[in-house]
Design a protein around this ligand. Structure first.
Ligand SMILES: [Zn+2]
Ligand SMILES: [Zn+2]
Length: 261
C-alpha cells in the first residue's frame, strides 16, 4: 500500500481522498442513523435531547459537509506532497505492535489538536467561523463535517506535524480518520449509548459530553475523551443543559394543555 500511495499522481490522490472522506461521512452517518433507530427497539439507551432538529438543519449540514469532504479530499495532497519532497516518510513493513503504538499516539495527539483548535474557534476572533456548526443546537449524525472551510482546514491538518516528526505506518495514518468519524458520529448522535447514570463522565461517553457542548455552547471542547477538559477546567457538569430542556418540556406541556378540549 505504501508503494501504491507514493506512485500515485497528485490528481489521483485528490480523487481518492474525496472518495475516502465521502464514504466515511455517508457510511458512518447511515450506520449511526440505523443504530439510533435500532437501539430503542432493543430497549437500550435513549435520546439525549428531546427537542426537535432546527428548520432546514439536515439540508444545511449536508451542504456544509460536502464542502468539508472536498477540502479534506483535496487536502490529502499535502501529506502526499510531504512524502514526495522527502520531508516525511512512511514505515516499511512495520510490526503490528508498532502500528498499535502509533495509532495510540495519533489518537492522543488528535485529542490535544482538536481541543486546542476547538477552543480557538470559541474565542471572540474566530467564533463567527464556528457558528454554522453550532446552528445545530440538537446535533445529528450529519453534523459531523458540518462546518466552515476555515474549521475544516484547522481540524484537517492534524497529521502534518506528526508526519514531519516520525515515519508512521500507512495503517496508523489511515486508521485515524476512520476512528475520528466513528467517535464524531457518537458525539453527534444525540443518543445515550451508555445510559448508566453513574457513567456520566466515563471516558467513552462522548455522546453526553458533546451533546452538552452543543446545548450550552461554552465548555466540553474535547473530541472523544474528557482528559483535556478536565486538565484545562472546561468540563461541563452532567446536568448543564437540564434547565433549558426542562423549559422546553414545560412549554410542550402548556401547548398540549392549550389544545386539549
Ligand atoms: Zn464548538
Ligand atoms: Zn459538534
Amino acid at each position: 500500500m505504501r508503494e501504491a500511495i507514493l506512485d500515485n499522481r497528485w490528481h489521483d490522490i485528490m480523487l481518492w481522498g474525496c472518495a475516502f472522506f465521502a464514504c466515511l461521512y455517508v457510511g458512518f452517518g447511515l450506520l449511526d442513523e440505523l443504530l439510533i433507530r435500532l437501539m430503542p427497539a432493543l430497549g437500550h439507551g435513549g435520546r439525549l435531547d428531546p427537542r426537535p432538529h432546527g428548520r432546514g438543519q439536515l439540508r444545511r449540514e449536508l451542504a456544509l459537509s460536502a464542502v468539508s469532504v472536498l477540502i479534506f479530499g483535496v487536502g490529502s495532497v499535502v501529506p502526499w506532497g510531504l512524502l514526495q519532497l522527502r520531508w516525511a516518510s512512511l514505515a516499511v513493513d512495520p510490526p503490528w505492535w508498532r502500528i498499535a503504538l502509533e495509532t495510540f499516539a495519533l489518537v492522543a495527539w488528535n485529542e490535544v489538536h482538536f481541543y486546542a483548535n476547538h477552543w480557538l474557534l470559541h474565542t471572540r476572533a474566530l467564533k463567527r467561523f464556528h457558528a454554522p456548526h453550532h446552528h445545530s443546537v440538537v446535533p445529528s449524525p450529519w453534523s459531523t463535517y458540518s462546518f466552515r472551510p476555515l474549521e475544516a482546514l484547522m481540524l484537517g491538518n492534524v497529521l502534518l506535524l506528526p508526519m514531519l516528526l516520525h515515519a508512521f505506518s500507512v495503517e496508523a495514518i489511515l486508521f485515524l480518520p476512520v476512528f475520528s468519524i466513528l467517535f464524531n458520529n457518537v458525539g453527534h448522535s444525540n443518543y445515550d449509548f451508555l445510559p448508566d447514570a453513574e457513567r456520566d463522565r466515563w471516558w467513552l461517553n462522548a455522546a453526553r459530553r458533546h451533546h452538552l457542548h452543543h446545548a450550552c455552547f461554552h465548555g466540553n471542547y474535547g473530541f472523544m475523551f474528557p482528559f483535556m477538559d478536565r486538565a484545562c477546567g472546561t468540563a461541563l457538569s452532567p446536568d448543564a443543559a437540564k434547565a433549558q430542556i426542562d423549559r422546553h418540556l414545560e412549554h410542550q406541556l402548556e401547548q398540549q394543555a392549550g389544545h386539549a378540549p
